[in-house]
Ligand binder design. Structure first.
Ligand SMILES: [Zn+2]
Length: 44
């Protein structure tokens, strides 16, 4: 899930699953689609 966060008077878009931050919402959403952190299917 992408969450917005304010830092240094800027809005950042953060991938909640892995903590990566983006300054562009579309970048964050694109990352989210490919983020492995949200897919725990191969956790042993
Ligand atoms: Zn991520």
């Amino acid at each position: 899930m992408v969450v917005t966060t304010e830092r240094d008077e800027m809005t950042w878009y953060k991938c909640e699953a892995c903590g990566l931050m983006f300054d562009d919402q579309s970048d964050a959403r694109q990352h989210e689609e490919n983020c492995d952190a949200e897919e725990p299917s191969y956790i042993q």
